[in-house]
Design a protein around this ligand. Sequence first.
Ligand SMILES: Nc1ncnc2c1ncn2[C@@H]1O[C@H](COP(=O)(O)OP(=O)(O)O)[C@@H](O)[C@H]1O
Ligand SMILES: [Mg+2]
Length: 335
Amino acid sequence: MSGVLDLMEPPSGTINIHGYTVNILDDIGRGSFGTVYAALDSNGNNRAAKKFSFRDHPKIASSEAVQFIKFHDLPQEHRNIVKIYDVKKHKASIWIFMEMCSLGDLNQYFRNNFPEIDLKLDLITQILGGVAYLHHYRIVHRDIKPGNILVQSNGTDEPPVIKITDFGLAKFLDPNEETSGMSTDVGTLAFKAPEFWQKARNGTIRYHKSVDCYAVGLTILAMLQAKQGQQLTPMALHSLDTSAEGGKWIGMIMNDRNTHRQPELNLVQINHTDSIIIKRIKQIVQGMTFFNPKFRLTAKQSLQLLRQQESHEGDTPMDVSAPPTPSAMVKNRAL
Ligand SMILES: Nc1ncnc2c1ncn2[C@@H]1O[C@H](COP(=O)(O)OP(=O)(O)O)[C@@H](O)[C@H]1O
Ligand SMILES: [Mg+2]
């Protein structure tokens, strides 16, 4: 008798949602809007199930689900964007079923591992690849940060695979918006670009997809600075006036400095002793985090810079000691 019941009822601590068995005893992650649980599909494949409650977040629940559905309409998938299998409504919630990333998000990954520079470079290249893909399709993520970058194991001998996730704040730009920009104040304080902080100065915010590039730059900075067992939080170690600026978010400091006509904050310092890889990564951090969004490197340009570095590996070291200057950036953008 109990055998029959087993077939009919999901195991205790789980619920059945349209054929998926969701373990609701423990969540595997929790952000500001959704709770994520481990699940199995009807074939026994591991899935992550993200639950949005209409009761808690009526607008967000529908908007993130809509984003995901729109994503299915893109002409091709990308290896570095999390794969969505299903979106289901169940009682007062929407459930998104996606691939389960066994190594967690980038914070969890760096807490449990201490990747060497070659592996960091691989992960950085993948993050840039995912963001370049989103921007190509005019999708601005608007909440790039380590907690929204997942890591999937790829077997023991291969580097893990990056999967960008959490499109709750993402926006598909129409051509007009691409020119005129966006004005809704969204994102995570530690990764917010300086233009978000301009509101304090003139009451308005205007930003473009380069806010994602800024957030990628800070994420890479945090990966460079990573200390074993710690959360990935970008820190402005260099040229900081700690008495006045300590404890403030980097974007906020940059905006304050600009308001008071002080020199731009230098997030990285390139040393003679740095390897070519580290110099190149630092150049990218510098290029992606310029105060002026127009001068920022795009994800695609940053990828090109990294490829240049690969093709020069083994050559006599070239001069990468100086970070790219804004005028060099402007030239690059025209390429
Ligand atoms: N597919 C997944 N595989 C593994 N862990 C995940 C997955 N999706 C989310 N998580 C975990 O759950 C956390 C919250 O998920 P996220 O989609 O960012 O929700 P929120 O919108 O609430 O921030 C992530 O930071 C990550 O730790
Ligand atoms: Mg999140």
